[in-house]
Write a protein that binds this ligand. Sequence first.
Ligand code: URA
Length: 251
Amino acid sequence: MDRDQLRSALEFYRDIGIESLYKRTPSAVALRVPAPVESSSLANTIQEPMPIIEIPSIAPAGDTLSKISADIGDCKRCRLCEGRNKIVFGSGNEKASLVFVGEGPGADEDAQGFPFVGRAGQLLTQMIDGTASKEGINISRPDVYICNVVKCRPPENRAPQPDEMEICGQFLFRQLMAIQPKAICALGATAAKAVLGTKEGVTKLRGNWHKWNDIPVMVTFHPSYLLRPYNQNAKREAWEDLKKVLHFVYD
Ligand code: URA
């Protein structure tokens, strides 16, 4: 496509209300991406150039967590960079057989630069360590890998928006491809949506195996949800889900 064709294509997209285009680099390995993002409409009168945000859609050959972290760099690809203190990339065993995916950093994680270190994180640690020990499985939190869909804290702990998930989700997918765990545990609806590309709620998805690029995925409740005092049933169900995951991965 030459420059004039590109310009008229961009004008066409603007006219039909598409504000941003995401350019993918050529892919060696196609990754599962979430459902298309709805575009907000642009007033016809706005004439600024349409932003083209480059996001990687591939796991480059020989990809590693340190390369992914370097590619994230001092990320300014979306508005979440504006309020963050630290990028929360992920932590744990880089060769883990099990990866937990949360939603995004909260205040404690943003301050420390590590995922799940606040109250929800303490509960997650307790769930992993407690369930493993009760089930006679010899692992604890440092044996798994933990990361989030978005790497920067959303303001007021709001849920990440679709474009933020789309942009940052590519790094999550590269993390998952690089680690190649035996299973993934998606914590809460945002993680489920990012990994499975579904809008189904956790209640419907939990307890059964799903797949991301041939890797089994278990969805369960987010620990923050379990911290609410009226969610005792969900707590029991989350423990059941975790038991299933740990036996599948480590038996
Ligand atoms: N909630 C998340 O989803 N991720 C964290 O890292 C902390 C809280």
